[in-house]
Every structure is written in C-alpha cells, then in structure tokens.
Design a protein around this ligand. Sequence first.
Ligand code: ATP
Ligand code: MG
Length: 569
Amino acid sequence: MEETKTPAPEASGKDFIREIVEDDLRTGKRGGKVATRFPPEPNGYLHIGHAKSICLNFGVAKEYGGTCNLRFDDTNPLKEDVEYVESIEQDVRWLGFDWHGLFYASDYFERLYGFGEELIRRGRAFVCDLTADEVRATRGTLTEPGKNSPWRDRPVEESLDLFRRMRAGEFADGSRTLRAKIDMASPNINLRDPALFRIRKATHHRTGDAWCIYPMYDYAHAISDWIEGITHSLCTLEFEDHRPLYDWCLEALDLPDRPRQIEFARLNLTYTLLSKRKLLHLVTGGHVRGWDDPRMPTIAGLRRRGYTPEAIRDFCDRIGLAKRDSVVDVALLEHCLREDLNRRAPRFMGVLDPVKVVLTNVPEGTVEELPAVNNPEDPSHGTRLVPFTRELYIERDDFREVPPPKYHRLSPGQEVRLRWAYIVRCEEVVKDPATGEVVELRCTCDPSTRSGDEGSGRKVKGTIHWVSAPKALPAEVRLYDRLFTTEDPDDAPEGKSWVDNLNPASLVVRNAFVEPAAASLRAPAFLQFERLGYFAVDPDSRAGALVFNRSVGLRDSWAKIERKAMGGR
Ligand code: ATP
Ligand code: MG
C-alpha cells in the first residue's frame, strides 16, 4: 500500500472525478446529466470510509445539479439484515444528505433474471454444471489461462431450460451457475467466464423465499446502475479490475446510454480498521459494546462519540480524492472535530479525578454565583453562573507536593487562579495517615482577586478548573483511546492476528464531578470541559446519572504535524 500521510491538495482545486464530470457535461456526454448513487451492501453499519463515498456521490450530484440515489446492494441474503438497512438510512441522513430515489438491487431481481435469459439467447451466457471447486480448478492462474467449461457450448435452449429450472428451485445450492461466456484466456481473471447467477436457497430480508437464485455483484451492479440511469458510477479502486466486466455486461446486452465507472482510492486511517467484516467481528466477539460503541469508526460510533456531521464532511473535503491508495492520519479527523467544536461547544467545568480543597477563610454556607463565559470564541453564547463555595474539588493532577520545574499549578505555599473565581494559596496538605494519599488541601482565598475585577491587578501563572463540592453533580465520564495500539492494525507478527492489536486501555471510566449547569444537557449535546477536552452527552445519560463521552482531547497533534510540514516547529 502506498503511504502518503498528508493529503495532497489538488493543484486545480478540483479532483479528477469532478474534472471528468465537468468534461462530460461540457461535451454533452451522457445526456448532459449527472446521476450518481451510493450503493452499500446492508451487511453492516457504515463507517468513515463510506462517509467519503457518500460525500463524493451526493456532493458531485449536488454541485452539478444532478441526482444521487441510495441503493441497497442486497444480493447476498445470507449476510444482510433490515437492521443494517435502517442504520444506513439514518446515517446518510445524519451526515446531511437526502437521496433522490431509494432503491434495492432486489427490486430488480425480475429484470436481472430477464437480462440473464437475454444473455443466453444472445449466446453470451450459459448454464454451467461445474461445482465451485471444479470452476476454481479450471480458472487458471495469473500466468496460465483457464480451461473452457465442458458446458460452455451447450445449446441455447438447454441453457434456457436449465436457467428456468434453477429459478424454479429444482437444483441444489452450488450445483449450477449461470456464467458469462467471455474468455478463459483473458489476462484479467474477472473475465474468465465469471458467474452471473448462483443458486442459494436462503430467505432474503425483502424478497423472502421468492428467489433461490441470486445475481452476482458485478452483473447486478452494472445492470442496476443502468436501470436507474446512473451516469457516473463512482467506486473504490478494488473494482478497477472489474470495470471490463461491468462494461461487458452492458455491451453484451446492447444497452444504450451506458454509465461510466470511475474508481477512486478508498480511505484508510491510521490506528483504524475499515472492514465491515472485521468490525462485525469486534461486535459479535464482544470486543466493543456494539456497532455504535464510541471507539468504533462507524458513523454510529462517531456520532455517539460526539462527532458532528460538519466535522466529518469537513474531513472528507480535506482528504480529497486520489487514484492511489494512501493512509490518512487519524489526527486529521480529530483536528476537524476540534475545529468545529472550538467554535460551537459551550464550555463547562468538570473534575475527573477529584481532590478536595477547603478554603479556610470562606465562611461555611457561602454560595457565591460567579459569572463564567460560555464560549470565549463566540460571545453570542453568553454567560452562566458557577457556584463558588468553601469546599471545592480540583483535579488531583493540578496539585504537586513537590512541584517539578515550571509547574504553575498548585503546590504548598504557592498560588493559582481558580478559573472564573479567585486566586488561592495552598497552606496545608492533609494526608491519609495510613496510605499517605493527599485527601484535602487547605487553602486561603484572596477575596480581592475575583476574576474580571480589575482592582487587585495581581497575576499568577497558572489557572486551574474546579467545581463546588456541595453543588457539583456526580457523572460517569468515559475516556477513550485508540482502539488499536498499532498504526496499521492489520500488521500483526507471525502467529498473532489483528485482534491482538486491540488496545486493552481503549476505555477508561472515571467518576467525575461536573458543574450543575452541565446537568441540563441532553444527548447528543456537545460541550467542552475546560482543559480536559470536548465531550458529548451519552444516550445512557439520565438525570441523576449523567454520562459523558470524551470525543477528543484538546491537544492538537495534527496542527503540530502541519506546522512541521510548513517548516515551523
Ligand atoms: P467492506 O469491504 O468492509 O464490506 P464494502 O466496500 O464492501 O466494505 P459496501 O457496502 O460495498 O462496503 O460499500 C458501499 C460503497 O462505499 C462502495 O461504493 C464502496 O466502494 C464505498 N466504500 C467502502 N469502503 C470505503 C472506504 N474505506 N473508502 C471509500 N469508500 C468506501
Ligand atoms: Mg462491497
């Protein structure tokens, strides 16, 4: 796989697919129209790679005044399910797209069958009695041609009769196929008399038991595109070698106004697997909590994690389109989310690993409501009030008994500013005599230093976040790390598999305290806990049992990569 981590911006600002489309429009090819489709197989949930294809197909249609269909490529009844159909519709809509037509390849089974008969009549297809093993054994290799099937030249009438009886259910699974008659010596193995239909006595999630023969992908795809009047059939590079077969199906039937297949590089992301089969394994194997586990690269997982459609669309824009496979740094995806949420997320304070602070010069029972700015990036977010009391919680990590050099947070005898509140000084450290653990910090508060009061003019180097101990609400905070420890999760040593690359610490749960204002948020609200990152309210969250997911931390490794690339530091 070619590795280019930083997506190359297109020189003209336009990718090669849009150039082709514009060219076709200019020259009046394909009726001067643009019709695309997004064709998922409903055998799993959509992932971020599909988002790239969705943004491309729906985006191109929109930009050139065309249409884009959502088509379920449901030709394999064994793996498909309505649960997936529903999730795919939801995810496409959530990403911000709406389809022109909603179709199923299974809508076309009758016509696909009819075209199958037509191919037989034209002498372009035949019923083959070889088993799958026999077909494999006669297919040849990359260097050797295959052998013609002994059934290749059986009379048209005989093939027609057998094809009808295949449909009627007279034969066992795998005993016969309808095969294209192309060229067993073709250097492209896809053209060595590929199967067009196979027998599979399985119940289909839409057509039930109406069919026991099912069309193969390449054939169904080409014909479905043609039926819908698709002009540009955009797919990923692995279909490049299938394009001759796609074209063959349309030519052999002499269909007019044929669509053009164009391939682009699929998205690969560091530390991420984008294979539905493997994602399904993670779900069924209990490695994650479900398809929408916030660690999953599925659209449902990203949504639950706190990703916004805007961030995902921005990411898909930025990665652009290429003709060669590459791996994109997952830091870019995270960067896009940060950029979006920085502008939009209201800020709150929360403490993930609390240690108690007692302000000895603040009287018991004091509750002072201090104004706090909701979003420093956008004054229209307004302000809220944060309760300030004698007892507070701060982050355990914001105190060091023996501060390292340049440590500007709290330590014995030192001062720090409490965000939106006062400067406090640590006077005494109380420890659990048994464990030596710090259990309480006794501090004094300088009442002349209230945040926003210009009066005192005193400045300290550090500012830390905090919550009021009696007023804060307990919350479960779920912190996520990469699901895999290796940049390429498929890269496993001898005797190990990609499953061994799972990160055992990809989920850490903290019992946190959050400021009371955060309690009014309902899923799918997003927010920033100051200094901790961007978070989303999890659908599990209830009044009295708040749950937040950390969507992404604040430190932007992508910005660093960009600065480096531009020669900075
Ligand atoms: P998988 O192989 O994991 O099952 P798939 O490619 O078979 O995925 P489909 O449901 O067939 O999944 O995909 C629907 C469309 O999305 C196809 O046109 C496919 O090319 C595109 N697609 C799938 N994965 C990616 C990806 N990683 N990047 C870009 N497009 C993708
Ligand atoms: Mg596929």
